[in-house]
Design a protein around this ligand. Sequence first.
Ligand SMILES: *[C@@H]1O[C@H](CO)[C@@H](O)[C@H](O)[C@H]1NC(C)=O
Ligand SMILES: *[C@@H]1O[C@H](CO)[C@@H](O)[C@H](O)[C@H]1NC(C)=O
Ligand SMILES: *[C@@H]1O[C@H](CO)[C@@H](O)[C@H](O)[C@H]1NC(C)=O
Ligand SMILES: *[C@@H]1O[C@H](CO)[C@@H](O)[C@H](O)[C@H]1NC(C)=O
Ligand SMILES: *[C@@H]1O[C@H](CO)[C@@H](O)[C@H](O)[C@H]1NC(C)=O
Ligand SMILES: *[C@@H]1O[C@H](CO)[C@@H](O)[C@H](O)[C@H]1NC(C)=O
Length: 628
Amino acid sequence: MMIAFPSTRSWFLAFCLLSACAIRALSDDTAYSKSLLKFKRSLTNTTMLVNWNDPTDKLCSWNTPIWTGCLCLNDSFVGLRLEGMGLGGKIDIDSLSEVPLFSLSVMNNNFSGPFPSDINKLGKLRSLYLGYNRFSGEIPDDAFSGMKPIRKIVLNNNFFDGKIPMSLLKLPRLVGLELQNNEFEGRIPDFWQANLTVNFSNNKLEGPIPATLSHQNASSFSGNALCGLPLSPCKPRKSITKIALILTIVLGIALAAFIILLFISRRRSKPLKYSKSVDSFHMEEPTYSKGEKPYKNAEHGKLYFVRKDGERFELEELLRASAEVLGSGSFGSSYKAVLFSGQSYVVRRFRQMSNVGKEEFYEHMRRIGRLSHPNILSLVAFYYRKEEKLLITDFVENGSLASHLHGKRNSNQPGLDWPTRLRIIKGVARGLAYLYKELPTITLPHGHLKSSNVLLNSTYEPILADYALVPVINKDHAQQFMVAYKSPESTQNDRVTRNTDVWSLGILILELLTGRFPANYLKQGRGPSADLATWVNSVVREEWTGEVFDKDMNLARNCEGQMLRLLKIGMCCCEWNVEKRWDLREAVEKIEELKERDSDDDYSSYASEGDLYSSRALTDDDFSFSRT
Ligand SMILES: *[C@@H]1O[C@H](CO)[C@@H](O)[C@H](O)[C@H]1NC(C)=O
Ligand SMILES: *[C@@H]1O[C@H](CO)[C@@H](O)[C@H](O)[C@H]1NC(C)=O
Ligand SMILES: *[C@@H]1O[C@H](CO)[C@@H](O)[C@H](O)[C@H]1NC(C)=O
Ligand SMILES: *[C@@H]1O[C@H](CO)[C@@H](O)[C@H](O)[C@H]1NC(C)=O
Ligand SMILES: *[C@@H]1O[C@H](CO)[C@@H](O)[C@H](O)[C@H]1NC(C)=O
Ligand SMILES: *[C@@H]1O[C@H](CO)[C@@H](O)[C@H](O)[C@H]1NC(C)=O
């Protein structure tokens, strides 16, 4: 077994940061030895640990361990190597967390029962060896979360089952992962770490091997139902299922064509018709004969105004107004219509709201209509037809945040500066907080928070659009397109919670600060969310530099501390585990505390810390063993 050596610099850092402990570690190991004795008491059959008796003030002497199984480095205790000792019982992580443990091996013993799921309390751990025991059961998904420094994890030849835990994807320094000869099942997640060597052989894994692992040794995947490089290519399904599939598709297309034809022929007779021109369209005159009302049914063709004050108009007027296509999003097109009065409105068409009944739809829209907040786009009116809904809102003049961050700009047009971005994120937070307060019974008060749904008014105040639609959008469509359903809890466990919007807020913060578009995240379909983990991790790499920030912000030194704070808030909102993620209240509070400029204290404390990965105050990364 190998332990990397710490660089002088890291020891120096360690010394500076924890000087009190460090001094004690060099001179007096009494407390550590007491903790180790406590650890020993939870083990069974400790005949081999016969010299672990009374507390001692020195665990290492001349760089040699005094007690069997201890590891010393530079005359300090750094780990345990308890291999082949017939040990059993419980691994008392709480006691171990009291000693500076960089390496832990209990290979080849007689441990059984579940994975010690609080192992992540050992935040300094660089290597963990549990191989050749009789551990069993599922490893919790978040078992390894927070173990940033860990490099090697060896769990082979046990009886572990269930899925490969996703928290392994959050270990930036992982170089060795041995899971062979267990009973792990499901697919292999998209590991992204460079220089990672894995062994997954002899489990019950299935499906394609992620492309990121295609260069690994083929023997690392044998004994599973895996396919794709470095093994043989994934075969298409059996031919019978294939034929059935093709038949279904053909029938589906035919049916769809039929429905579309039917729809078009019906639409011919209705006034609600848009020309095909993309950039502009105008309503064709309704083709009803003289004297006949455009809609026989009084309900048809009537806009329902939810806003009690303000201008009233007819649907017809809206449709006749000069109009401009604003874009076609995942739900359908939207148009800007300028009425005769000069007032502009946005008309959005939704076809994917067919599963809610009329009463329910009206009820929900009236509820949305009662919302009023400077950072919320208010609903003016709506129009209901079984197969199509129109929502009419005010027009916001300055486009979306997405277009400002990622759109083409003239060279003389400045990018959004830091004070503006800060104001935007504060406004977004306030809008969200308002939605959370006013819609307490809705699981996802926003549900679709992304930069293209943050509109900017003439003073760059943000205004949230497309909120609170989850209750009325068809479920399958929502899962395909809505941002909340790209969260890890949705893609992995098929559930969303009141903290799911916080995840979207986190992504938005990272996007706002870096100017990078979260492409993987926003691609449609229920893709593997590991892509997103990659994105988040690639945003904040191990070595901190100011480079992550969008250059268009015109970085000034006296605000970097505040930017860092916001970056950290973004990372906390993107906490993978929804139970551990901040709730909205906490996120909003932290955002509200931000200032445009650093005070002198802020700057010195934040600029040197570099604790970007976690909310822990002090990072063990500063104790880094040098990367070999
Ligand atoms: C041990 O410490 C000395 C000085 O304290 C340092 O020069 C040396 O590199 C260290 N050795 C290791 C292996 O870290
Ligand atoms: C106890 O440990 C010894 C040697 O370490 C081993 O030979 C023996 O099988 C173990 N007994 C039990 C019950 O685990
Ligand atoms: C391993 O532990 C079990 C109890 O958990 C005991 O029955 C068995 O004898 C032990 N085997 C060895 C080889 O130590
Ligand atoms: C991977 O290894 C190469 C060569 O050993 C090294 O240059 C590179 O920095 C390593 N990458 C990471 C992310 O550790
Ligand atoms: C794969 O691993 C096996 C066993 O470790 C080794 O014998 C073999 O040479 C490796 N093959 C490649 C292509 O690295
Ligand atoms: C992976 O583990 C299997 C089973 O123990 C072994 O045969 C194979 O050589 C290992 N592959 C590598 C690359 O170490």
